[in-house]
Design a protein around this ligand. Structure first.
Ligand SMILES: C[S@@+](CC[C@H](N)C(=O)[O-])C[C@H]1O[C@@H](n2cnc3c(N)ncnc32)[C@H](O)[C@@H]1O
Length: 461
């Protein structure tokens, strides 16, 4: 590279490229990170950690960073070139949140990237805004919480205004502030032990020397959380040996507690994706019986096949289906249990996917709910009499949760909500369930992702 950006700057330059790519394209952050996996993995361990921290942190705090930038820029943030905005945000993130990085390093790198990758004018502007912001950012007042409480929450907790408004209306100020804190915390990495290969205690022992802290999840008897692993998760020996899948505790509870699959049964995982829940279903079935993993995306199903091999599972067949099109659902058989882990707004997993909050809109929730209802309705016909249909989403929006279920029950009279007292897979800690038997978690209260799940039972005849 013929410019001033030396190797030591590369993590910041790469982070900036990922940030602009993931927000200026239609790709999710995960897809963008996948596309940049080669250059990211070629970085030294410390630099890779820095790039990741910059990407996730800058996205997480974008709303607050924009408020500060607006105070020092003569041009309104929405009129500044988006590429320049990401440079400003990333540098300011380092100044505010990363005390080990000297301000001069944060500012100089941003100015150099602007000079060599955008244009000279951008470098001058970047320099002017950052020099002022670096010295005076602490004196920028937040919006007035009494006059504009929604804007105050949006800025202080770095969430979009429409979401702040929605949460305040639903929960009031106190819970909204707690939720705002929860979605900005860096969550632990949570795993589910693959009991086909090992047990939780042995896996904890194996992981202890590879992470800063390792502990059992309180609700799922198969879960392990860890902080600061010494290497990327997929490089850990236990991962390579198929001894676990990465999965949040709430998602583990959906499969164990609500679907509750039994060895020898026939199960349809109708939105299987990369197989997070498929692997769990198979291990609960002791790798005996039939699982059909369906999805609209054949690329994901190919990856799911590989994942099952890694886990030592051979009872899964994949099939391209579309739950919105009944002609793709001609199975010639009914299933004992069907799981609809439906595509959703993802508003329950904001702490893990910091880009989601800036991509979702109010309209998405209503649009997705209509699809979710149709998918659940079509899946219902695949459930055998006496069988179980589970609906799950990683969203806590009532329109994607209770309303979907209510509309379903109004039309499908042969189904009722199934409330199961306990499961042998529980840790013993009672689950938070609504009186109707609906599971709804929030990251602030339970330290797990926001999830909704309900089990529906089909009458025997
Ligand atoms: C929430 S993700 C599933 C995650 C997965 N169950 C897991 O635990 O890893 C939803 C999945 O539904 C798939 N999907 C989207 N529309 C669909 C449809 N109409 N029919 C079936 N699957 C669909 C998506 O490709 C995506 O993989």
């Amino acid at each position: 590279m013929e410019n001033n950006i030396t190797v030591e700057h590369e993590p910041r330059q790469l982070a900036w490229m990922v940030l602009k790519e993931s927000t200026l394209s239609q790709k999710t952050l995960d897809q963008t990170l996948e596309a940049f996996s080669l250059p990211l993995e070629s970085l030294k361990k410390r630099d890779r950690a820095l790039a990741n921290a910059l990407i996730h942190g800058t996205l997480r705090w974008k709303g607050h960073l924009d408020w500060i930038i607006a105070a020092f820029s003569r041009t309104k943030p929405e009129q500044v070139d988006p590429e320049v905005m990401w440079l400003l945000r990333m540098a300011l993130f380092q100044i505010i949140h990363m005390d080990k990085i000297p301000t001069s390093a944060a500012v100089n790198t941003a100015v150099n990237v602007a000079k060599f990758h955008i244009h000279k004018g951008a470098a001058g502007f970047t320099n002017a805004v950052l020099r002022k912001a670096a010295t005076h950012w602490q004196s920028v007042a937040p919006p007035d919480p009494d006059l504009t409480p929604e804007l105050f929450v949006a800025v202080e907790k770095s969430i979009p205004l429409w979401l702040a408004r929605r949460w305040i209306t639903r929960f009031g100020m106190e819970k909204t502030m707690a939720l705002g804190d929860a979605v900005n915390e860096i969550p632990p990495i949570t795993l589910r032990v693959n009991t086909l290969k090992t047990c939780r205690d042995d896996l904890i022992n194996a992981l202890s020397s590879h992470a800063h802290r390792v502990w059992q999840t309180p609700y799922s008897s198969l879960g392990i959380s860890l902080k600061k692993p010494s290497m990327p998760i997929h490089e850990l020996p236990a991962f390579k040996a198929g001894e676990f899948q990465v999965q949040d505790e709430a998602a583990q509870l959906v499969t164990a507690r609500f679907l509750d699959p039994q060895p020898g049964e026939r199960i349809l995982d109708a939105c299987a994706g990369l197989g997070g829940k498929t692997g769990h279903i198979a291990q609960l079935m002791e790798n005996r019986g039939t699982i059909v993993a369906g999805d609209t995306d054949p690329g994901k199903l190919n990856q799911l096949d590989q994942e099952m091999k890694r886990l030592g599972i051979d009872m899964v067949s994949t099939r391209k289906i579309n739950l919105l099109k009944t002609e793709t659902l001609d199975f010639n058989t009914h299933f004992h249990r069907v799981l609809v882990d439906a595509p959703c707004s993802g508003l329950g997993v904001l702490r893990r996917n910091p880009d989601t909050r800036w991509k979702r809109t109010k309209k998405d929730v209503a649009r997705l709910a209509v699809r979710q209802e149709k998918m659940l309705f079509n899946a219902a016909d695949l459930v055998a009499p006496g069988g179980t249909l589970v609906y799950a989403v990683c969203s806590c929006e009532p329109r994607e949760n209770q309303t979907v279920i209510q509309n379903f029950l109004d039309r499908k009279k042969e189904f009722t909500i199934k409330v199961k007292a306990a499961s042998p897979h529980d840790s013993g800690t009672p689950l938070p369930l609504s009186p109707q038997g609906m599971f709804c978690t929030w990251p602030d209260a339970l330290e797990m992702d926001g999830f909704f799940a309900v089990a529906l039972q089909r009458k025997k005849s």
